[in-house]
Design a protein around this ligand. Structure first.
Ligand SMILES: Nc1nc2c(ncn2[C@@H]2O[C@H](COP(=O)(O)OP(=O)(O)OP(=O)(O)O)[C@@H](O)[C@H]2O)c(=O)[nH]1
Ligand SMILES: [Mg+2]
Length: 458
């Protein structure tokens, strides 16, 4: 009898359980690893701490607890949560290592439901939460699906202006030595694609974010594979390339890249996401200058194309997209004083809204906010010209205690003069020391959670 009762109970619980896949992305160094680490850490502490007042289920004490579960997707590497926590709790707290590939972690959150239908089935429900980390650079490749090799080459050459033309010099010189109609020379193509990849890295180092193909700078497990060994070149697109020529091989590799890398990512990963958070570090380009800022905006606009399904969009032809909510979050808000947080959000909105409004994002809800996944500074005041001014206190990466006023965040997209007159300078701080038993200090990560999973915990 007991066994039957147990089975009925299990059945009821299983049917009440729900599952949501949250994808976390952003350009490199945007703060993805820090965000996921903190999110997992906060949820694991919900039964013992009340650090998430903006997450309604936590505030109302309806979260019974959360635990980690083995992930169901065996083909994706595990998100390195323990390694990240070990860094943060080291003798000298340090930031987690940069990551280069997609990874995943799974949590089960047990909660008391408020919805009548769920309450009828029992006193508690479980939300299974998959959190997926993937580089935003991969989304920059979407347009490749709609371009053949010659169109793509054309688009790359037309982007070679100003700083980019300068950075591409070494690669362009090497390209001149390549005979496209000669018999394919794999070694030469490899060397040239390496120089091309170096050019893309140089763009990133110079604060430029729009780089194609995105996998070249973040190859993950494909590092060194021939599918990443092609580059744009100039040729007559009307003429058919000779078989076995350099040009024929470059074309074939481009097509392989389209199918096996770009399309495969959208089909096997992207199509499974239910909700998306896009992290944006607005402060880095403010530090770097005008070109970097506008380039980041262009990259963000490009990233948004992946959510613009429409009826005839490339992605709708591939699969039926599921994402119904996107959150854009300006990260590292603890780099500026709290009075600047509103400006930070309005700056992010300015970057995101125009593209959002002119496109058809059918049935997708969108929001913008600012947050700090892992707080590295404490707000305070300093005396300046006899007046007290908001400031930040923290410890720099080389262990210097410091109190600074990093500058004002512009409310609107700044013109070039902004960098001549104001400039903005934020210091990199190491994470604050925190106790192992306590959750990581954060700013508004609970607000992000409420937006992403609040409705699933009702
Ligand atoms: N002050 C502060 N700094 C942060 C925060 N989050 C991230 N950072 C800084 O930003 C750096 C990059 O953060 P990550 O979380 O590694 O960023 P990522 O997007 O995973 O970067 P990749 O793995 O290289 O793509 C960290 O090393 C920190 O220096 C935050 O909440 N506050
Ligand atoms: Mg990372």
């Amino acid at each position: 009898m007991n066994r039957i009762k147990q089975e009925v109970n299990d059945f009821i619980h299983r049917s009440m359980d729900s599952h949501v896949r949250i994808a976390v992305t952003g350009l490199s160094r945007a703060g993805k690893t820090a965000f996921i680490t903190s999110l997992v850490n906060q949820l694991l502490h919900t039964s013992t701490h009340s650090q998430l007042p903006l997450l309604a289920a936590a505030r109302d004490k309806r979260i019974i607890g959360a635990k980690r579960e083995p992930q169901t997707n065996m083909m994706v590497p595990r998100f390195a949560y323990d390694e990240a926590m070990a860094q943060l709790h080291g003798e000298t707290p340090a930031w987690p290592q940069p990551t280069r590939d997609v990874s995943e972690i799974r949590l089960a959150v047990k909660y008391k439901p408020t919805k009548k239908t769920k309450k009828l089935l029992g006193s508690h429900s479980t939300l299974h939460l998959d959190i997926i980390d993937y580089p935003g650079e991969w989304l920059l490749d979407l347009p490749l699906l709609d371009m053949d090799f010659s169109q793509w080459c054309e688009s790359q050459f037309s982007a070679l202006k100003g700083q980019r033309a300068e950075l591409a010099k070494a690669w362009l010189e090497q390209l001149d030595t390549l005979d496209l109609s000669a018999e394919a020379d794999e070694k030469q193509l490899q060397t040239l694609s390496e120089t091309y990849t170096e050019y893309l890295h140089a763009c990133k180092d110079a604060g430029l974010h729009w780089v194609q193909p995105g996998r070249f700078v973040l190859p993950g497990e494909l590092a060194g594979a021939p599918v990443l060994q092609f580059f744009p070149c100039r040729f007559d697109s009307e003429k058919k390339p000779q078989s076995n020529s350099n040009l024929a091989l470059l074309k074939a590799r481009y097509q392989e890249y389209q199918q096996k890398v770009v399309k495969a990512f959208y089909k096997h990963h992207f199509s499974t996401f239910d909700r998306q958070i896009v992290l944006v570090d607005c402060l880095q380009p403010l530090n770097a200058g005008h070109d970097s800022f506008h380039d980041m905006r262009a990259a963000l606009e490009q990233i948004m194309h992946s959510f613009r399904y429409g009826r005839s969009g490339i992605l709708s032809r591939l699969f039926s997209p599921k994402i119904d909510k996107i959150l854009f979050a300006a990260t590292k808000a603890d780099h500026v004083t709290p009075d600047q947080h509103t400006n930070l959000v309005s700056l992010l909105q300015q970057m995101v809204h125009p593209a959002w409004q002119t496109a058809s994002f059918e049935h997708i809800d969108m929001s913008c906010m600012s947050m700090a996944s892992i707080q590295a500074t404490k707000p305070g005041y300093i005396a300046h010209d006899g007046q007290s001014q908001p400031a930040l206190q923290g410890t720099t990466l080389d262990e210097q205690a410091m109190t600074v006023f990093p500058g004002e965040v512009p409310k609107k997209l700044p013109q070039a003069v902004y960098w001549q007159q104001n400039g903005f300078e934020f210091t990199a701080f190491r994470p604050l020391q925190s106790e192992r038993d306590d959750p990581l200090p954060h700013i508004r990560i609970d607000k992000a959670l409420e937006y992403l999973i609040g409705d699933k915990l009702k």
